[in-house]
Design a protein around this ligand. Structure first.
Ligand code: X2X
Length: 336
């Protein structure tokens, strides 16, 4: 009898201890994205959800809410909503979170990263770690990297081969004021608006052009709204970050934190490889639909680099001198 009582007391204590340490899990965790499942970005989120469900044997359930619907279409509010716990998790773009995390503007510095190896050298090295620390400090726990891709320039008016060709063109941009500065430096007329508003604005001709990765141009059929010219200038690439609100993160047991993180790492790797390997086919499909695709010569490329130098002067102090230097060193020393 005594033995039995002791056992029951111990069992009760264990129960009490575990429920005090880890709050009851929610039936479902919200995962915010801008782009839905037809795009690599949405597929990255889907993969994360699937891996977590499988590996937790259905204990942890996540549901993707795309088109920034949890923030009424305003993608630049996603980070704040996650920080405050209105959104549990997200697979978000560095561009959209840069108003709240100034360090994320690093990736938007024009022509910082010439190729995929340069992106990887930053995200997988010390600079990437410093960026994750900056995100964590602002209330969100970053778990892994994904990729939206190199952003190319399209417009309805003319072929763009030199900064002068951009003169006066109205270009839709998103996110941080850095984009205003880049496009103003190039002589264009940038207008900030959400993705939800972008296609209608292109359709009515309220704007002449936009910049997005080839996969986005292709899947969203941007050519159908009069975007006949596309310049592959690779001026920047926005990594995606798999992340979870600090408030929610603390409620998971250490084992489940590990599970969530590993699933994000695996989903991110899968998505990055997939989207990079699909790029050539995507480009071919875009050309086939009659879009005039322009590649720049080295000299033409240099003219764009030159014209956007002022952005570094203004934005390096805001991003952090050390971080910019760390990233530039990583790019210079990258493995090809
Ligand atoms: O709005 C965009 O251009 C998009 C979909 O690429 C981002 O969310 C950064």
């Amino acid at each position: 009898m005594l033995k039995r009582c002791t056992f029951m007391a111990a069992a009760a204590a264990t129960l009490l201890f575990s429920s005090a340490t880890f709050a009851q899990y929610k039936d479902e965790y919200t995962v915010s994205t801008v782009l839905p499942s037809a795009f690599p970005w949405g597929q990255a989120a889907d993969k994360w959800v699937e891996l977590v469900k499988e590996r937790s044997e259905g204990r942890i359930n996540m549901k993707v809410y795309s088109n920034s619907q949890l923030v009424s279409g305003d993608q630049t509010k996603e980070f704040s909503a996650m920080r405050s716990g209105l959104i549990d998790m997200a697979v978000g773009s560095t561009i959209n979170w840069s108003p709240q995390v100034p360090e994320l503007n690093l990736f938007s510095l024009p022509f910082l990263m010439p190729d995929n190896a340069a992106i990887d050298a930053i995200t997988q090295g010390d600079a990437g770690e410093a960026i994750f620390a900056a995100i964590k400090k602002r209330g969100v726990t970053p778990l892994a990297w994904g990729e939206n891709g190199f952003r190319e320039l399209s417009n309805s008016k003319r072929e763009i081969k030199a900064p002068a060709d951009l003169d006066g063109l109205k270009i839709r941009v998103v996110g941080s004021p850095l984009f205003q500065d880049t496009f103003t430096a190039l002589g264009a007329n940038p207008t900030q608006m959400s993705w939800a508003d972008a296609k209608p604005a292109l359709t009515t001709g309220a704007v002449d052009g936009q910049e997005n990765p080839l996969s986005v141009f292709d899947v969203a059929r941007i050519d159908q709204v009069g975007q006949k010219y596309l310049t592959q200038w690779h001026y920047m690439a926005d990594p995606l970050v798999f992340a979870i609100s600090n408030r929610v993160w603390g409620q998971f047991s250490p084992e489940d934190q590990k599970l969530l993180k590993q699933a994000a790492v695996d989903a991110g790797k899968w998505e990055i490889e997939k989207s990079r390997s699909e790029l050539a086919d995507t480009l071919a499909a875009i050309k086939e639909r009659g879009v005039k695709v322009t590649d720049l010569t080295q000299a033409q490329h240099e003219a764009f680099v030159e014209a956007t130098q002022s952005v570094y002067g203004k934005w390096t102090p805001r991003i952090g001198e050390d971080l910019v230097k760390q990233a530039q060193d990583a790019v210079a020393n990258r493995q090809q």
